[in-house]
Design a protein around this ligand. Structure first.
Ligand code: AMP
Ligand code: MG
Length: 342
């Protein structure tokens, strides 16, 4: 009897412990579900695919806010909608910019100057002649020469928020996606997001994650294939490659990154450039600028801005600047890694 009673007590205690454990587990799962909610969403904006993965208590609201923010930024910076802020500036040859647009334009002017004009955000008319967005073809030589002669960042002056554009067509195409990442970062910070990975075309923001592994895209493969892994924390990474937009005509391949001096696609040893920076705007602008400049001048420019760069040549050599080389692992052994030393 006594033994049986003891058994019974033990069973009761066991049941109570099990019940407490179950309640604790449910509470933990619920708690974890609230605080570590992950939302993933892909949508199309800024002429590219935007992929959002947000983890945190406000993951859903945050994702909605990000989508609205990218759409709004696109409607300000695009030159393909006649009523956007940039379109109006282009039509009126200047005007008063909003604070944000002025701030970003100042950065583009700075990159244009520091790159000696290899980066030039006034090539809108030149880009349009190549029609990369619709049916690309090699433009008429005279039309191209005229558009090139009318473009040039030196035709732009910005005093406070007042912009004057003597000639040329302002185009944010080389930096808009990175600018979007900077705006998104502010949303993530305000929502106290735990972690996020956001990609806007070739620009990626790693937020709140330490030692995240980011693939460097195979320039000769499809979008999902990578040739190297970069281990990074809280950073923006942008890649510019001649494989992103191109067409073939009479056996010649033409791509979308243009030499501002000629209006023709840049011809050098490179097939892609990746720039790593705290700033999305800088990583995006510099990846384009470094592609135009080539390895030597490009690496110098990246260093000038305190950024790191990875250059991939057409013959599959990967050059990495000294601050990033230890974080880069080649995963495709047809590529050779070399340190780039200034
Ligand atoms: P990204 O993909 O960031 O390298 O940007 C490429 C886009 O930047 C092109 O589609 C053009 O709109 C624009 N672009 C092309 N060449 C240049 C250049 N030399 N400087 C600045 N923007 C450029
Ligand atoms: Mg760019």
């Amino acid at each position: 009897m006594g033994m049986n009673g003891g058994d019974c007590d033990l069973k009761k205690i066991g049941a109570v412990i099990a019940a407490i454990a179950a309640v604790a587990l449910i509470a933990f799962i619920a708690w974890d579900g609230i605080f570590n909610r992950t939302v993933t969403k892909d949508f199309f904006a800024m002429d590219t695919v935007v992929s959002v993965k947000v983890t945190g208590m406000k993951a859903e609201e945050c994702t909605a806010e990000i989508e609205a923010c990218v759409a709004e930024l696109d409607s300000i910076l695009t030159r393909h909608k006649p009523t956007s802020e940039i379109s109006l500036i282009n039509q009126n040859k200047g005007g008063t910019l909003s604070d944000k647009t002025a701030e970003y334009l100042r950065l583009l002017l700075d990159v244009s100057k520091k790159s000696g004009g290899a980066f030039d955000f006034t090539l809108g008319a030149v880009s349009d002649l190549w029609s990369f967005k619709s049916k690309p073809s090699v433009p008429d030589e005279n039309k191209l020469a005229k558009a090139v002669s009318e473009s040039g960042y030196k035709n732009v002056s910005l005093s406070g928020n007042t912009l004057t554009l003597q000639s040329g067509v302002i185009d944010f195409g080389a930096a808009g996606k990175g600018i979007a990442l900077d705006e998104i970062r502010t949303i993530l910070e305000n929502a106290k997001t735990k972690e996020a990975v956001i990609s806007v075309g070739g620009s990626v923001l790693i937020y709140g994650k330490s030692d995240a592994k980011v693939g460097i895209r195979d320039p000769y493969g499809n979008a999902g294939r990578s040739i190297a892994t970069l281990t990074v924390s809280d950073i923006c990474i942008s890649t510019s490659g001649s494989y992103e937009r191109y067409f073939e005509e009479s056996g010649v391949t033409y791509h979308h990154i243009l030499d501002p001096g000629t209006g023709y696609p840049v011809q050098n040893e490179l097939i892609s450039v990746t720039v790593v920076s705290q700033s999305g705007a800088l990583s995006d602008a510099l990846s384009t600028a470094c592609f135009v400049l080539g390895i030597e001048e490009g690496a110098k420019l990246a260093k000038d801005y305190g950024c790191e760069a990875i250059f991939i040549t057409k013959d599959k050599t990967v050059y990495a600047t000294d601050g990033i080389i230890d974080k880069l692992e080649i995963t495709d052994n047809s590529y050779i890694l070399k340190a780039y030393e200034n």
